[in-house]
Design a protein around this ligand. Sequence first.
Ligand SMILES: Cc1cc2nc3c(=O)[nH]c(=O)nc-3n(C[C@H](O)[C@H](O)[C@H](O)COP(=O)(O)OP(=O)(O)OC[C@H]3O[C@@H](n4cnc5c(N)ncnc54)[C@H](O)[C@@H]3O)c2cc1C
Length: 387
Amino acid sequence: MDFSFNEDQILIQQTFQKFCEKELNYEYVRWMDENVDFPPDDLWKKFVDIGLLSGPVPAEYGGQGMGVVDTMIAYEQICKASMSVALAIGVTTGFGLRFIHELGTKDQKDTYLPLLAQGKFKTCMALTEPGGGTDILGALSTFADDKGDSWVINGQKVFITGAHVADSLFTVCKTERDVKKSMSWTTIMVPRETPGITIHKIGKISCHHCESVEIFYDNVVVPKANTIGTRGKAFYEIMTVLNPERIGVAMMGVGIIAAIYEYCFKYVQERNAFGGPIGRFQILQNYLADMYINLENSRNLTYKAAWLCDHGKPYHLEATMAKLVAAEGARHAGTYGSEIFGGYGICNEYPVSMFLRDAYQIQFSPISNEMSRNMLMQFQGLPKSWA
Ligand SMILES: Cc1cc2nc3c(=O)[nH]c(=O)nc-3n(C[C@H](O)[C@H](O)[C@H](O)COP(=O)(O)OP(=O)(O)OC[C@H]3O[C@@H](n4cnc5c(N)ncnc54)[C@H](O)[C@@H]3O)c2cc1C
């Protein structure tokens, strides 16, 4: 068993480490968090130039055809610098790539994959509704009426990350009336500028430079050609998007733990109390030790899930565990990291407070920690504990 990165992977790691030190230092990240609701265009162009957006796009569509492990190596550095930026990339490129590459027609692939690689096409996934995200099968009511050559959509989505800047909203709708709920969903690509769409921002404590918004659909007319995947089968097909999403979100948790650990490790050696550095106090060392262990565990699980995905093996269990362990590790790091910083732990001047706020977002999104635990035991063969 070899856990080390090969030479190419070390190069990816070093390249993105340097990129983040230069382009995503905390001063700039803090400026974004206080001033913008999505990374600015000039930063986006730098992502394009360094190949961050084209990396996972297959070579025949103008990308580099990087696997999930290699993509995660680059992504880890971004996650460590800013979870908002990592999210912005994940929702706009990650969702679009999976929906179109895995489920799209030849025409859709030819049209949109090169644009994704060039950073000229932004997407989002509009699945969750106000009635509930965990029981989404029970809650989903946005309806697309079949009008021959077009769909007419009415309904509401909530917490949709990046929808306010997306070119196209990948909207999961009910399209069938008299069938089982699990056979009634269809994904439809809805251009954001289509008449009848209204977007409202939601105030929240986390990820200020990648907002999540409410979307209202009022008689929104979209051509049938915008259907993604198989009509009525989206509930099953969307797993090809949701499972990789868990790997990406797990990496956000890894990034948060790593960042907080590094800031704290430095701080305990510089800050003095009672005649010496606070790093000599055993209780603070224990906080750091737990962060260190959580980092190792969540990082290993995340890369294992990515490796399984690259090798065409089942990975939903590992992806779910990785998300859970990384999310709880990130929350722990945020809580105890801010303790280590004392009063400065809740001040914007220091990055720990931003990471602490951001860590909360991944406790329940894209899947809650409670539901992750339910599913893990269902996968092991215990009776389904919900529904
Ligand atoms: C900032 C943010 C960004 C998001 N981005 C997106 C996005 O881009 N696209 C998108 O489609 N969605 C997005 N989501 C939605 C996210 O996936 C949902 O918030 C998540 O699925 C939880 O749904 P909910 O918030 O409605 O909570 P609920 O489903 O109402 O859950 C409330 C509580 O009940 C618990 N619970 C529910 N059922 C059970 C059970 N059977 N057993 C034990 N506990 C249970 C949950 O674990 C949770 O603790 C985002 C959410 C947020 C907050």
